[in-house]
Design a protein. Structure first.
Length: 103
């Protein structure tokens, strides 16, 4: 198993365990190459792997099969430490999700 595959598997396990976010399985999880980036504290630069994904859209239909409500999924980015492959946090449009599942 490659490092990118390990990271994706770690994220899938974390999503199943915490159940605080979902991802669109049709789009999947995409892991970028390792890069040096500035973390959210604005001071620390670290080598990380970033996994991009889109949350599931929420679509509701009426009895005739017509869409009554549509909440489009949002793009999120999971940051993994390149040294130990541990999840640091997930960045989404409206904030961050911590490793413990809190916002």
């Amino acid at each position: 198993m490659t490092i990118k595959e390990q990271i994706i598997q770690n994220l899938k396990s974390w999503i199943e365990k915490t159940n605080v976010i979902s991802y669109d399985k049709d789009i999947g999880l995409r892991c970028r190459d390792k890069e040096v980036t500035e973390l959210r504290d604005g001071k620390t630069k670290k080598e990380v792997y970033i996994v991009s994904f889109k949350t599931e859209s929420d679509i509701e239909y009426d009895q005739n099969g017509e869409i009554t409500s549509l909440f489009e999924g949002m793009y999120c980015f999971a940051y993994f430490d390149a040294e130990n492959l541990e999840l640091l946090y997930i960045h989404k449009k409206i904030g961050y999700i911590e490793v413990d599942g809190s916002y």
